[in-house]
Design a protein around this ligand. Structure first.
Ligand code: CA
Length: 224
């Protein structure tokens, strides 16, 4: 794995670095938030270990900016405090996992490997017009706005993106979600309605279009 450690406590950073390098991983390190963000945006890392409390931009802000910039690299957050509030804040900003100090280095490595595997199992980010979607993190971006989706919405958007701007039939969308069950268009419309509320409603022009009796498509102004 290529691992970026963003941590200002020198002893922790050095321990993680030594351990991971001995285990055959490549490691890079930044000791404050601003240089950590620059390195994360610049480099190609499989996973990022991110301390929450950092000088020159804290971990939450760093994570938010990374996701805003469209980076889906998995992030494991480190913190000294084990509170639900901290975890929820971290997840809301796009962190994928969480460990409380002090932690076992072997457990850290195992969790990083899971994050990398999850990511490889997912399809890479796809894009159409002003819309970008990362299936790994279930995050969509439109005109700089970060839009977290649930699994069903993510799967729907993924199918629409794969064929954009072509129409994807009701049948195929339903099959992608629920397999070979009888077509339930009302249920499908409910999920599409929720997806459109997130992807289209905050913006002046809709991207998701219903094609009566057939299905749905993504269509940007440029292609209309
Ligand atoms: Ca710290």
């Amino acid at each position: 794995m290529d691992v970026l450690i963003i941590e200002d406590q020198h002893d922790i950073a050095a321990n993680v670095w030594d351990f991971l390098e001995r285990r055959g991983h490549r490691v890079d390190h930044a000791a404050d938030g601003a240089s950590g963000l620059a390195r994360a945006l610049d480099g190609r890392f499989d996973v990022i270990v991110l301390d929450l409390g950092l000088p020159r931009m804290d971990g939450l802000e760093l994570c938010r900016r990374l996701r805003q910039a469209g980076h889906g690299t998995p992030v494991l957050m480190l913190t000294a405090r084990d509170t639900l509030d901290d975890k929820l804040k971290g997840f809301a900003e796009g962190a994928d996992d969480y460990m409380v100090k002090p932690f076992e280095l072997r457990e850290l490595e195992a969790r990083l490997q899971v994050l990398c595997r999850d990511r490889q199992a997912n399809t890479p980010a796809s894009q159409y017009g002003p819309l970008r979607f990362d299936a790994g993190s279930l995050l969509a971006w439109r005109e700089g706005k970060r839009i977290p989706l649930n699994r069903t919405q993510g799967r729907l958007l993924e199918m629409l993106l794969q064929d954009a701007p072509r129409i994807v039939s009701h049948q195929r969308l339903a099959q992608g979600l629920w397999g070979d069950t009888p077509l339930d268009t009302a249920r499908l419309h409910d999920h599409l309605y929720a997806l459109r509320a997130l992807i289209d409603k905050p913006f002046p022009t809709p991207l998701i279009h219903s094609v009566h009796g057939l299905g749905y498509r993504l269509l940007a102004d440029d292609d209309a």
